[in-house]
Design a protein around this ligand. Structure first.
Ligand code: MG
Length: 360
């Protein structure tokens, strides 16, 4: 952008016209959000263009709302009301959670002097996931289009599709929106977060011809109380439960091959090698109509869940997954060993795995 010096104003005047203090403007410049249009190399004096006033006010409004710097930068790069809607929901959910915590604190204060509550009474507030995660580009692909989320209250794996750069963008957008929109409130909230991800990816693809057809799988889960996980799935990434040394697939794949298994036309073993096993019948972000499997899974402390992309289970048979996990000393070692095994068996695809142990 070519600017005439006459169009520029010094920081003091810009501060007055934008309503932001010079200190704030310097802070936003320091983190790269609002770079001055020109700086006098001799005096170091900063100049801004009139066209930057709106951006300055937008940045300030978002910061006042508590939106993190990285997200503010993302909104500036790709202005979208959808992103703001996600934050409105996030702020609301956060406020609700804090109210609940304060209610609990109030009732605990009322109980001071009486016998302590048992862990069972409080366990609805205390269950969390202890996690290890790995992702690897594999031995054949040129990009890693898988993305993962690995937090105490939610884990997820997304496997992007649509080629470069769409696949990578779709999967990373999916996990970012899930993180912003799911707070561990309920299965409905998890489903709403998946729908928000679907809308955001679909709208983004419409804006840019290069991104046409992008989409992603998304398999996510998080504890919603002391005894249950909410699980949501679209596509062919998977969630497994490991209990008492037995690996059980919790989610259903949404693929042509999986449909043929459900119709009794293929066995599971045949499906694992079927040429159309990677053809998805559902994906996040490819259309406005969106179907998601959401359900609750009872769990208890000691259970383990594994969420992974098809780059793992297409290379490593389920029996082998279980045997690798049972010989590993801990989660980290198990995650490393599973990725190593997928690479050793061919590494034809990106491989991503999140292992989460349910803790009280
Ligand atoms: Mg894959």
């Amino acid at each position: 952008m070519l600017l005439r010096v006459d169009d520029l104003m010094p920081i003091g005047e810009f501060s007055q016209r934008s309503g932001l203090s010079a200190r704030r403007l310097r802070n936003y410049a320091a983190v790269g959000l609002l770079v001055p249009a020109a700086i006098d190399p001799a005096s170091g004096y900063r100049f801004y263009a009139a066209g930057q006033i709106q951006a300055a006010q937008l940045i300030d409004a978002l910061r006042n709302a508590g939106v993190p710097l990285t997200e503010v930068a993302a909104v500036l790069r790709q202005p979208s009301r959808e992103r703001l809607d996600v934050w409105v929901r996030h702020v609301q959910a956060d406020a609700d959670r804090r109210h609940e915590a304060l209610d609990l604190a109030r009732s605990l204060l009322a109980d001071v002097g009486s016998p302590a509550r048992t862990n069972t009474q409080l366990k609805g507030k205390t269950m969390h996931l202890m996690t290890s995660a790995r992702t690897d580009i594999g031995r054949v692909r040129e990009n890693n289009e898988d993305a993962l989320l690995c937090l105490h209250h939610v884990v997820a794996v997304a496997d992007g599709m649509g080629g470069h750069p769409g696949g990578q963008l779709a999967s990373s957008l999916a996990v970012a929106i899930l993180e912003a929109a799911f707070t561990g409130r309920s299965g409905d909230e998890l489903e709403a977060a998946m729908r928000a991800a679907n809308r955001a990816i679909f709208e983004r693809a419409k804006e840019d011809g290069q991104l046409e057809g992008m989409g992603t799988t998304l398999c996510a889960l998080g504890p919603i109380d002391g005894a249950q996980l909410a699980i949501a799935n679209v596509g062919d990434s998977r969630a497994y439960l490991v209990r008492d040394g037995v690996l059980t697939q919790l989610t259903e794949d949404h693929s042509v091959a999986a449909d043929l298994v459900r119709q009794g036309k293929l066995t599971r073993a045949q499906a694992a090698h079927h040429p159309q096993r990677g053809w998805l019948t559902r994906a996040v972000g490819v259309g406005q109509n969106f179907e998601v499997d959401t359900f609750l899974q009872p769990v208890h402390a000691g259970d383990r869940v594994v969420v992974c992309s098809d780059g793992l289970f297409n290379e490593v048979e389920e029996e082998q997954i279980m045997s690798v996990m049972s010989t590993a000393r801990d989660r980290d070692e198990a995650a490393d060993a599973l990725v190593r095994q997928a690479l050793a068996n061919g590494g034809h695809d990106n491989v991503t795995i999140v292992i989460a142990d349910v803790g009280a």
